[in-house]
Design a protein around this ligand. Structure first.
Ligand SMILES: NC(=O)C1=CN([C@@H]2O[C@H](COP(=O)(O)OP(=O)(O)OC[C@H]3O[C@@H](n4cnc5c(N)ncnc54)[C@H](OP(=O)(O)O)[C@@H]3O)[C@@H](O)[C@H]2O)C=CC1
Ligand SMILES: CC[C@](O)(C(C)=O)C(=O)O
Ligand SMILES: [Mg+2]
Ligand SMILES: [Mg+2]
Length: 337
């Protein structure tokens, strides 16, 4: 099955330049979308609660900041870039009362629509522009004249022009420079959650920490274990990113390549794949979404405990020391690029 991909020439920036856009939230994605839309000639207003820590950051960048309700009331297009867990109440309290026929409601991830936590009225467009990368990279790529690929989807096409409008938004943040892939809210949500849980965040961190623990428990120096299990992972992933797994295997030694074929499948074996299938079915059934929202409603007891345990893992202390020796590695996260 091939996907539909859209580029700059397929998108009409004029469609969004004619609208007033509210970006609700000014975090990783929010700051990137808002600044890039503004630099693309779009009239942008930011929606943040009165006491929000993000307010001074947005104002320092010269953006106009209102409350979420005021921003939603002013705007023709409302992009929701607050955390997934707050979107339900944010929508009910500040956005829903300010929707009107002909307005468009956008998301950077399909979670709340896919699992029914938000149910917009039938007379508004509901679409998604979901960058396939962290917000700070989205902004950095835009500033460099490039872009991060985006997924674009329409859940509800009340106006008949929802897809063209979403593509225009994607162009405004640099997404169509790299390519906008058409998908659905269901496909984006389920694959995004699976990717971050099983491979990108959950799978990769468990693999790195386990490798580090096996080496250090066997008496090897933590510094050497850090280089082998974490630092060099970037170099290997960069090769895969540039030319696929084949390019990585071409670049490493034949000894490494033989170890890859003969040992890798023993680490990620059929049991791991069965567990991945289970994780996918929890995502598809909504079990994960219900669990996460309940965890958040309860004040995140597990999340807070696991975050503290992760920060206290010996690999972090070793990494801090080693990155101190490699000034080029520790790139600070900034709110602008
Ligand atoms: N992180 C990423 O790179 C990616 C995120 N996404 C999606 O983008 C969306 C935003 O995620 P992300 O950028 O990570 O979020 P962040 O956690 O980085 O930022 C959240 C922002 O929302 C603000 N906020 C918190 N509560 C409210 C509220 N009630 N009303 C308005 N604003 C509020 C926060 O303000 P304060 O500073 O006061 O807390 C902050 O500015 C999510 O749907 C996520 O799944 C999609 C792709 C990648
Ligand atoms: C991989 C994590 C992510 O899905 C992302 C940056 O795309 C997220 O939710 O932050
Ligand atoms: Mg993602
Ligand atoms: Mg995600």
């Amino acid at each position: 099955m091939s996907v539909e991909v859209y580029y700059d020439d397929d998108a009409d920036l004029g469609l969004i330049q004619a609208k007033k856009v509210a970006v609700i939230g000014y975090g990783s994605q929010g700051h990137a979308h808002a600044l890039s839309l503004r630099d693309s000639g779009v009239d942008v207003v930011i929606g943040l609660p009165a006491g929000s820590k993000s307010r001074p950051k947005a104002e320092e960048q010269g953006l106009r900041v209102l409350t979420p309700a005021e921003a939603a009331a002013e705007a023709d297009m409302i992009m929701v870039l607050a955390p997934d867990t707050v979107q339900r109440s944010l929508y009910a309290e500040a956005i829903a009362p300010n929707l009107a026929p002909g307005k468009a409601l956008l998301f950077g991830h399909g979670f709340n629509i896919r699992y029914g936590f938000i149910e917009p009225p039938a007379d508004v467009d509901v679409a998604m522009v979901a960058p396939k990368g962290p917000g700070h990279l989205v902004r950095r790529q835009y500033v460099d004249g490039k872009g991060v690929p985006v997924l674009v989807a329409v859940e509800q096409d009340a106006s008949g022009g929802a897809f063209a409008l979403a593509l225009a938004y994607a162009k405004g943040i640099g997404g169509t420079r790299a390519g906008a892939i058409r998908t659905t809210f269901t496909e984006e949500t389920e694959t995004d959650l699976f990717g971050e849980q099983a491979v990108l965040c959950g799978g990769a961190t468990a693999l790195v920490q386990s490798g580090f623990e096996v080496l250090t428990e066997a008496g090897y120096a933590p510094e050497i274990a850090y280089f082998e299990c974490l630092h060099e992972l970037k170099l290997i992933v960069d090769l895969m990113y540039e030319g696929g797994i084949e390019r990585m295997r071409y670049s490493v030694s034949d000894t490494a390549e033989y170890g890859d074929y003969s040992r890798g499948p023993r680490v990620i074996d059929s049991r791991v794949k069965d567990e991945m299938r289970k994780i996918l079915s929890e995502i598809q059934s909504g079990e994960f979404a219900r669990e996460w929202i309940a965890e958040d409603d309860a004040g995140r007891p597990n999340f807070v405990k696991w975050r503290a345990e992760g920060a206290a893992h010996p690999i972090e202390e070793t990494g801090r020391k080693l990155r101190g020796m490699m000034s080029w590695v520790d790139r600070p996260i900034t709110e602008t690029a």
